[in-house]
Design a protein around this ligand. Structure first.
Ligand code: 13P
Length: 248
């Protein structure tokens, strides 16, 4: 992932049925007519990956939203990185706060999953972000820095991946940090990435996520060190997602 080309990725979370694939067709038709200046990805529920890959064609990369660290075995309900790859995915979101908080995922587990994703040939998008309590206590930078240091396996050096900074309190709330706050954390994330993995990752994109909408995308994407966006709700409708892509 080169820094000059931003990555706009949509996280559909637990939304979308076969009937929603029309949105992807609309999106792809619009992108084919007017090629975007950025990379575009969609991460639907696992049930839609294969069908979405078939509809999306070349212009939109398709990813998973999580994977298990193990390659296979007696883990009812779980999905391996290899299975996502086999279904046609090229990337996978890991360590989203909804998984860190809802399933007790630790930095160590996220790191193991990122290693598994790399081994399967997927580009991980590793999520980090502070809670409102942590921000109000003045600990946002410290918390995010420690998540970056412990969630990125050394094997990521030189590989295709991204980090997504998603303040927990900005997800699905309509609230966003100020542009200055976004820049401050993104600079801290970059410094931690370099400390952990070396200067070779200077061009790896750091995405911002949390209430990105068509009307705030351009200003957020223009912040130094913001290399793209991870978009939840506004990625479900082709028109909204296109509005964000056009802001990149
Ligand atoms: P929203 O864009 O709905 O706030 O969600 C952000 C997110 O969690 C993307 O992973």
């Amino acid at each position: 992932m080169k820094q000059s080309v931003k990555l706009i990725a949509g996280n559909w979370k637990m939304n979308g049925l076969g009937a929603s694939l029309g949105e992807v067709e609309t999106l792809c038709a619009a992108l084919a007519d007017d090629r975007p200046a950025c990379r575009v990805a969609l991460c639907p529920p696992a049930t839609l990956i294969e069908r979405m890959v078939r509809r999306a064609g070349q212009g939109v990369e398709i990813g998973g939203q999580d994977c298990r660290a193990e390659t296979h075995g007696a883990f009812t309900g779980d999905i391996s990185a290899q299975m996502l790859k086999d279904a046609g995915a090229t990337l996978v979101i890991l360590g989203h706060s909804e998984r860190r908080q809802g399933y007790g995922e630790t930095d160590g587990l996220v790191s193991a999953k990122a290693g598994a994703a790399l081994a399967a040939g997927l580009a991980p998008i590793v999520c980090v972000g502070e809670t409102l309590q942590q921000r109000e206590a003045g600990r946002a930078v410290e918390v995010v820095r420690s998540q970056v240091m412990a969630s990125l396996p050394l094997a990521l050096a030189g590989r295709d991946f991204a980090v997504a900074y998603e303040p927990v309190w900005a997800i699905g709330t309509g609230l966003t940090p100020t542009l200055t706050q976004i820049e401050e954390v993104h600079r801290a994330v970059r410094a931690a990435m370099i400390e952990r993995l070396g200067l070779g990752i200077a061009a790896t994109p750091i995405l911002y996520g949390g209430s990105v909408k068509p009307d705030n995308a351009a200003e957020i994407l223009a912040v130094p060190e913001v290399g793209g966006a991870l978009v939840g709700g506004a990625s479900l409708k082709a028109g909204d997602f296109l509005g964000i892509i056009r802001g990149a």
